[in-house]
Design a protein around this ligand. Sequence first.
Ligand code: 5GP
Length: 199
Amino acid sequence: MKASNRQNKPAKIFVISGPSGSGKTTLLTSLIQDKQIGKLLVKSCSITTRPKRSKEREGKEYFFVAPKEFRRLLKAKKILEWTRYLGYYYGTPKEPLEKQLQGRKNVGLCLDLKGARILKKIYPQNTVTIFVLPPSLSALKERIQKRCRHTNPQEVAQRLLLARRELKAAGKFDYCILNQNLPVAFKELKSIFLQESST
Ligand code: 5GP
């Protein structure tokens, strides 16, 4: 289907979930940077109270706020869905997502299991849920340790524990992608996007 025809379709929400270190954020970023897909998909930037990691940029990976500000936004109903993950808050800003859908722009989000469930409940017709599986638990451990090398070891252990639990939910998603090899996993994600955005 031509890009111009796709733009006339109702927009879809692509929620990518999977344990910390599964590669879901890399996959979504690659999809948005893809020449063919880039103009058809925007990333929703979440708000979090988690401290910024060294390579993260304000307004790119997240909007970083203090817990008090997060609670204010929640009370003002500016957050569509939210979760608490290892003591930090994460939430999807409501207005940008609604505007993008009205403008028939597909939206991609990386959310935890709760976020995926809630978006599917709010937008049952438009939401496509995708679970990214790591090749193995040992590969996952390695990735988490590498990414969180400036984070305290306790949080790394908690992330791994949570990852084991999250893996059990894979069957509840519309699609599962095994991320053993990034280019292969990306190809699969791209084909899911192209198929879903044309129906
Ligand atoms: P991280 O600290 O690794 O960036 O994110 C921790 C977890 O929170 C990941 O599973 C990530 O996908 C999830 N997450 C990030 N933003 C949101 C959000 O706005 N809502 C929900 N429900 N989960 C989020």
